[in-house]
Design a protein around this ligand. Structure first.
Ligand code: NAD
Ligand code: DAU
Length: 359
C-alpha cells in the first residue's frame, strides 16, 4: 500500500486532492495530511474522510524540522505531495516575510526531511519514493504577446512576493534534483477554481459578495487574463505526475481557458440569476450594479496562459471539465454549502476584508 504524505491538505487544492485520491483509490492507499491550520486551513473541508482508517491528520508546521522529521521517522512515506504554502498574492504584497518563511524555508525543511528518510548510504534512494512540489504558473511572470504561452522552458520572471517565493522554492527543488539526484517532480499549474476555495480569491469572493449584496471589487480595468482550471483536473494531473512522471521533470498544467476578470464576474452574476429560484431571498441581492472598479493590485500581472503540451503528450493528461460546466458546478456547491461559507467568512475574514478593501 502506497503511503502519501500530503502537506497543506486542509486548504483548497489539498483537500480536493485528498477527496480525489480516496474516490479513485479507495482503501488501496493511505494518506497522512500534515497541515498547520493557518487561516486558510479548514478541517471542515475533510469532514467526510476524517473517519477513514486509511486517513490521518497531523497538525504540524512545515517550518518546524523537528515536527516534520518525527513524522518521517514514525511513518514509511512513499510519496510527498507538497501543497502547503501561503498562497494569496494580495497578502504577500502586505506581508512578504511569512511567504519566504513558509514557501521557501518550509519547502527546504520538507526536502531535507524526505532526503534524510529516503537516501541510501551510497547516494541512491529507496525504491518507489517521490516528492511532488506543487507550484504555480505565476513563476513565469506575465505575458504581453497574445500568441505567447508558458512552457516548462520559459524563463522564470516572478513579480509578486508570492510568486518570487514560489519561484525560489521551485529552484530549491531543482537544485536537490541536480545536486543529490533527489527523486522529485514540479508541477506549475494555472488558476484553479472549485469547491472549498477560501473567499479571498476572485471566484468565491465574487460569489459571496453577489449573494450578500456587497460591492464586487474589480482591480484596475478588469482586463487581466487568468487561465482557469477546474480543481479536480489539477488533482488528476498531480496524480499522474507523481505516479508516472519522469524523475526530475517539470510539468505545466492548464486547460487553455483564458478569461478576463470582468468576464468571470459577469458570468458569476448571470449564472447566479439563472440558477437561483425566483423566491430565493439571496436572489434579490444579485445585480451587475454591484460591480465596482477599484485601485489596481500593485505589480499586477496582465496575462497568464499555460501550454500543457508536455503533460498531454507524455502522460495523456487532459481536463475533463469544461469551464461552462465547472463554473455552474462550483456556484451550485457554494449555494448548497451556505454553512461552510458562513463559517469561513466570519471572524478573522471580516477583519481581513475590511483592511484589504477599506470598507
Ligand atoms: P490554500 O491557501 O487554500 O491552502 C494552503 C494550506 O497550507 C492551508 O491548509 C494552510 O493551513 C497550509 N499551510 C500554510 N502554511 C503552513 C505551514 N507553515 N505548515 C503547514 N501547513 C501550512 O492554498 P491552495 O490554493 O490550496 O494552494 C495549494 C498549493 O498550490 C500552493 O502551494 C499554491 O502555491 C499552489 N497553487 C495554487 C493555485 C491556485 O489557483 N489556488 C494554482 C497553482 C498552484
Ligand atoms: O495562477 C495561479 C495562481 O492563481 C496561484 O498560484 C495563486 O495561489 C492563486 O491565488 C491565484 O493567484 P491570482 O492572483 O491569479 O488569483 P486571485 O483570485 O487573487 O485573482 C485573480 C484575478 O482577479 C487577478 O487578476 C486579480 C483579480 N482580482 C482578485 C480579487 C481577489 C480582482 O479583480 N478583485 C479581487 O477582489
Amino acid at each position: 500500500m502506497i503511503t502519501y504524505l500530503v502537506t497543506g491538505g486542509a486548504g483548497f487544492i489539498g483537500s480536493n486532492f485528498i477527496h480525489y485520491m480516496f474516490e479513485k483509490y479507495g482503501d488501496d492507499i493511505r494518506i497522512i495530511n500534515v497541515d498547520a491550520l493557518t487561516y486558510a486551513g479548514n478541517p471542515e473541508n475533510l469532514k467526510s474522510v476524517a473517519g477513514r482508517e486509511n486517513y490521518s491528520f497531523i497538525k504540524a508546521d512545515i517550518r518546524n524540522s523537528d515536527e516534520i522529521n518525527k513524522i518521517f521517522a514514525e511513518n514509511d512515506i512513499d510519496r510527498v505531495v507538497h501543497f502547503a504554502a501561503e498562497s494569496h498574492v494580495d497578502r504577500s504584497i502586505k506581508n512578504p516575510g511569512i511567504f519566504v518563511e513558509t514557501n521557501v524555508l518550509g519547502t527546504c525543511v520538507m526536502l531535507n526531511a524526505a532526503r534524510a528518510a529516503w537516501e541510501n548510504e551510497d547516494g541512491s534512494y529507496k525504491e518507489g519514493k517521490k516528492f511532488l512540489h506543487v507550484s504555480t504558473d505565476e513563476v513565469y511572470g506575465s505575458l504581453s504577446d497574445p500568441k505567447d504561452y508558458f512552457y516548462e522552458t520559459t524563463p522564470y520572471s516572478p513579480h509578486s512576493p508570492y510568486s518570487a517565493s514560489k519561484a525560489s522554492s521551485d529552484m530549491l527543488v531543482k537544485s536537490y534534483v541536480d545536486t543529490y539526484h533527489f527523486p522529485a517532480n514540479i508541477t506549475n499549474c494555472s488558476n484553479n477554481y472549485g469547491p472549498y476555495q477560501f473567499p479571498e480569491k476572485l471566484i468565491p469572493l465574487m460569489i459571496n459578495n453577489a449573494l450578500t449584496g456587497k460591492k464586487m471589487p474589480v482591480y484596475g480595468d478588469g482586463k487581466n487574463v487568468r487561465d482557469w482550471l477546474y480543481v479536480a483536473d489539477h488533482c488528476k494531473g498531480i496524480d499522474m505526475v507523481i505516479n508516472k512522471g519522469r524523475m526530475g521533470e517539470t510539468y505545466n498544467i492548464g486547460g487553455h481557458n483564458e478569461k478576463q476578470n470582468i468576464d468571470i464576474v459577469n458570468i458569476i452574476i448571470d449564472t447566479l440569476l439563472e440558477i437561483l429560484p425566483e423566491d430565493d431571498e439571496r436572489r434579490k441581492n444579485v445585480s451587475k450594479e454591484l460591480i465596482t472598479y477599484v485601485e489596481d493590485r500593485k505589480g499586477h500581472d496582465r496575462r497568464y496562459a499555460i501550454a500543457p503540451d508536455k503533460i498531454k503528450s507524455e502522460l495523456g493528461w487532459e481536463p475533463d471539465t469544461k469551464f461552462e460546466d465547472g463554473i455552474k458546478k462550483t456556484i451550485k456547491w457554494y449555494l448548497e454549502n451556505e454553512e461552510w461559507f458562513k463559517n469561513v467568512t466570519s471572524g478573522d475574514y471580516l477583519k481581513y476584508y475590511e483592511k484589504m478593501y477599506k470598507v
